[in-house]
Design a protein around this ligand. Structure first.
Ligand SMILES: [Zn+2]
Length: 218
């Protein structure tokens, strides 16, 4: 369904309006049913989507991602055999290796983008989901959701995975490679995070956090 744009002379209350994130068109806030979405009539951007059982589905995904976080970062991603020497690499050992070889700044960036920020994002999403049905926790939930939106661009699991795949291709002819369980956990963790972001529709989350207490998210 498409949202209805405003005609000249109308001035409804602000809470009945919505602006398109892509083209800034101001419209009446559309009323959408379960599993329906509303799109901008000018550029087609998805304005609002309402998913059924959003909180339960998102909770299952965020817990799955948190459980996978430890093996993805601390179990072997690649085992390398070269000239009789065997090395086993994990995400964490990569960070430590960069730090010990004098590249502290690079180690810090890898640690932030592949470990700390993805964990912070997951913890913020978990707290937001737990705060939704509890009015006393909703102001803190709003704060966590704002933090999540500020840091989400810095979580770069996809970039890290792409780096791993490039190194696998480059090293495949030079050494004997064995892919570890950590790589499988890393890929599933990344997919769970993408699915979680799609499931947690922002408008639905903000609506749930401001229910019965209109000043909670101001
Ligand atoms: Zn638009």
């Amino acid at each position: 369904m498409q949202s209805e744009s405003l005609s000249r002379g109308q001035l409804p209350p602000l809470e009945q309006l919505i602006a398109c994130h892509e083209c800034d068109l101001l419209m009446h806030h559309p009323h959408v049913g379960e599993e329906q979405k509303a799109c901008c009539p000018r550029c087609g951007y998805e304005l609002v989507v309402r998913r059924t059982q959003m909180r339960r589905r998102a909770l299952a995904l965020v817990l799955t991602a948190l459980i996978l976080f430890v093996p993805a970062n601390f179990l072997p991603i690649i085992s390398l055999s070269l000239l009789g020497q065997n090395t086993v690499d994990t995400v964490w050992s990569g960070v430590v290796g960069l730090y010990n070889s004098g590249m502290q700044a690079v180690a810090l960036v890898v640690f932030l983008c592949s470990m700390l920020v993805p964990l912070l994002k997951l913890l913020c999403q978990l707290f937001v989901l737990l705060a939704m049905p509890r009015p006393a926790l909703r102001p803190l939930g709003c704060y966590c959701y704002r933090v999540y939106h500020h840091v989400r661009e810095w979580g770069m699991l996809e970039v890290y995975l792409f780096g791993i795949l490039v190194s696998i291709v480059k090293l495949a002819d030079m050494a004997k490679l064995h892919l570890g369980i950590g790589l499988a956990c890393f890929i599933v963790l990344m997919l769970a995070q993408i699915w979680l972001e799609v499931t947690m529709s922002p408008h639905q989350v903000w609506d749930a956090l401001s229910e019965e207490d209109e000043h909670a998210c101001t």
